[in-house]
Design a protein around this ligand. Structure first.
Ligand SMILES: [Zn+2]
Length: 258
């Protein structure tokens, strides 16, 4: 998918893989999320140069997950910004973790490029003349960060939102924080919502993601049956059901901690 949201903002994604947003400002570009593989990130970098013909001045990572950060290796000469937590999580990645993602060969060929500037919880930024607000809301992961371009009405939600794919609930997800984050996103009233995975949509994506979370929570707590869950189109029509199994296992792990 290559989706042009405005003359200056393009979202690039492929099937269920993570989305990258390219924002063109006055004299330079901003890239949000860098995909899983440096080769792919390099292609996105070249594509952004061909389309806009401006240098990249900033890369932003929405959270530490490799499919949003491992392409940073293609932007080593660029300032990379994330929340403080994202950088801390990335610093903890050891070689076993990296080999699991890239394989032994990939881990020899590339290294994980860490963000070189960070913010605590919130940051208002004007980069290349583009005003944006960054906020670490947590939920999907403790470091899950959103980027809001108020003037353009564009919300880049990272993995707090999945469109038409099952949500990825990991063992460090916090469902309460996630639901609260979605309320905050809804109140921003964005025109475009860029999900971490899947097609760009509107406000409806925030509602369907929250409904999904509440249904899956009710299912795990035994409040609704498997049949009721499956009969819900917001559940059954999502792709990548393997993620549902993974997510349910993780919800049990999260609950076991309380
Ligand atoms: Zn993620």
């Amino acid at each position: 998918m290559i989706r042009k949201l405005t003359e200056n903002i393009i979202v690039v994604g492929e099937g269920g893989s993570s989305n990258t947003t390219i924002i063109s400002g006055r004299n330079c570009l901003i890239i949000v999320d860098t995909s899983l593989f440096p080769e792919k990130a390099l292609k996105i970098r070249k594509f952004s140069q061909e389309i806009f013909g401006k240098p990249i001045s900033l890369v932003i990572n929405t959270h530490y997950h490799p499919d949003h950060t491992f392409g940073n290796a293609a932007f080593e000469d660029v300032n990379i910004l994330s929340s403080k937590l994202t950088k801390e999580f990335m610093e903890q990645m050891d070689i076993n973790y990296i080999e699991k993602i890239w394989g032994k060969e990939g881990a020899k060929k590339y290294h994980v490029s860490l963000p070189n500037s960070t913010f605590e919880e919130k940051l208002s930024l004007s980069e290349c003349g583009v005003k944006m607000k960054l906020c670490n809301l947590g939920g999907h992961t403790p470091d899950s960060t959103i980027i809001f371009l108020e003037k353009e009405g564009i919300l880049i939600a990272g993995d707090l939102i999945f469109n038409n794919y099952h949500l990825e609930i990991t063992d460090d997800s916090n469902i309460e924080d996630w639901k609260n984050a979605l309320n905050i996103l809804r109140d921003l009233s964005p025109f475009f919502v860029v999900p971490g995975h899947g097609e760009v949509g509107g406000l409806d994506l925030i509602k369907s993601t929250k409904d999904y979370l509440m249904r899956i929570e009710a299912f795990v707590e035994g409040k609704i049956s498997k049949e009721e869950l499956i009969s819900d189109k917001n559940f059954s029509e999502r792709e990548f059901p393997e993620l549902f199994v993974y997510s349910v296992e993780n919800i049990f792990k999260i609950l076991a901690r309380f």
